[in-house]
Write a protein that binds this ligand. Sequence first.
Ligand code: ATR
Length: 286
Amino acid sequence: MNDSRETISPRAFVAGYPIRHSRSPIIHGYWLQQFNLFGSYAAVEVSPEDFHAFIAGLRSGESGYRGGNITIPHKEEACRLADHVDDIAREIGAANTLWVEEGKVCATNTDAYGFAANLDQHQPDWAKADKAVVLGAGGASRAIIQAVRDRGIREIHVVNRTVQRAQELAHLFGERVFAHGMAALDEVLGGADLFINTSSLGMKGEAFPKIRWDRLAASAIVTDIVYVPLKTQMLREAEAAGLATVDGLGMLLHQAVPGFEKWFGRRPEVTPELRQRVEADLEAHG
Ligand code: ATR
């Protein structure tokens, strides 16, 4: 049965554990207001023990949600529990966006889209790069490698402290992806025209590897998916070396676009005002 209130006022969520740091309610709340829509988007804390039941409630319609975002630590489990997983999420093995269609929970992952859209906005020629270096081989690097590969960049070098993790990703993402340990970083940087930090390095103030920025192409673009702080040490160094930089906040904003459109039926825009709102929250709460 379709409750008319639900039709008029669709509800969406972001589910994670913990969830209090999520900026998604600010983003979606801003767009709901912009479009003057009666809808809601709320952060819900769902523990790992309760996640299965949460998805069951979404599927049955009992929870009243049209869909929502999934964040740490549920992205992999969401992919396993969904009834229909698209190719993008299946390859990454993690879903960040769910919606319900005819009683089925559908899943995708919009991180690769968000990453590419952020660079499209700030450095539109980024995908002309021939050689990309991705630092880090954790969960967050997967969508980045997928995005860079799918935009046709010829050589993608994944450099990671634990080389086995980089090798797994090279195997997963195909023949244009090469794996290296940290010792190979200087060499691999030679002539690179895109450098992406996906590691958590620099977030906790640990020792930071010395990066030979002069080894990159002079026209190289450097980006970091970390956005707290907005200007990471990596970005500061790259900027000081005269390279073009793009911070990671835009990826967060853009990855939210396809979900909003699915749940609320309007395609929203990433505006400077939206960015300012999220920046203000980062400044206030870190
Ligand atoms: P996420 O899912 O957010 O990517 P993760 O899976 O914990 O988080 O991965 C963090 C990434 O940062 C990994 O590439 C990790 O390297 P390892 O695979 O060797 O653990 C990298 N990283 C974290 N701390 C690091 C450090 N001190 N030196 C080098 N790499 C580090």
